[in-house]
Design a protein around this ligand. Sequence first.
Ligand code: COA
Length: 341
Amino acid sequence: MSLVATTGRARPRARLTGVGTYVPTRVLTNAELEEMVDTSDEWIVSRTGIHERHIAADDEATTDLAAAAVRDLLERTGTDPSSVDLLVVATTTPDYVFPPCAPLVGTKSGMDYVAAYDTNAVCSGFMYGIAQATGMIESGIARRAVVVGAETLSRIIDWDDRATCVLFADGAGAVMLEADEGEQGSGVMGVELGSDGSSPSDLWVPAGGTRTPRTDDTPRAESCIQMNGREVFRFATRILVESSNRLLTEAGMTIDDVDLMVAHQANERILDHASERMGIAREKVVMNLDRYGNTSSASIPLALADARDRGMLEDGAVLLMVGFGAGLTWGSVLVRWEPRS
Ligand code: COA
């Protein structure tokens, strides 16, 4: 349904009530990458923790992945698609420059006339999407929001660049946020968002935008992900800790109040490093990058669903979600898992 509201009513909470996912069927293993570039399974596993990843079929694009994740979410939560009034798609690999993905995903999922738009904060995009939907719900503008993280990064990977092609992959995840006049402490309890645009080339796709439009002479590598791995590693380990701590302090909580950390799945060593510095037990840190690689804005909902499937996600659990990535951007969200019964 379309979004129509007056503001100024009693302030509802934004409750996290479900998660759905989709990954393409094609699995690309480290052994296959050994045939493509000068790398080894041993190097990839020891430096990143990644064993395999999913890659979209030639006829699959981001809205196909996103719509499949949304359909999984609607099915699992028993939600009538026409009752969703806000759809946010976080992506950095849209089907087109425009239109945005979200209206197409809405139509593919049966959400006629839904308020729908894309947001792009790269690997932090899902956190920004959650923050936006929470704001819309808490201000009384939206009642039932779906936030999707979906990427077809394989289309912007330089398959000759061993430093990046082993890391990134495709996938989609979606969550439901619903208005609820529940007790204090339920729903989204806080967000911390930030950015630093002083060195964009640390992680970027140089060509294809308005500054350097793609031409017939543009080398393919210029239209693909380029990265200063060491700088990004330094940033990621620092910001994961800083953003989490700022948010916990603001919320009057400590790391001991967190049941599960669901952070962006970029690199096992980044997560190990950060969790050690934060003093959170490793069994409370969700990791599934061994099977999915770095799926940018899709990685946090994919990890959340994995935690559910592995029985790590109890009703009422306090989740600390943290995203970080190109921009540089970052975002953390503290939220209780309250699936619809
Ligand atoms: N296979 C084999 N060797 C590789 C390789 C690969 N896939 N990729 C890089 N190397 C080589 C380098 O060429 C370098 O060789 P040299 O010493 O002869 O120059 C060597 O491995 C070490 O490279 P370095 O970049 O220092 O490795 P690293 O330990 O920093 O690990 C990353 C590289 C990319 C795994 C690491 O920097 C990282 O994870 N960075 C963060 C990336 C990230 O998370 N990005 C997304 C954020 S959203």
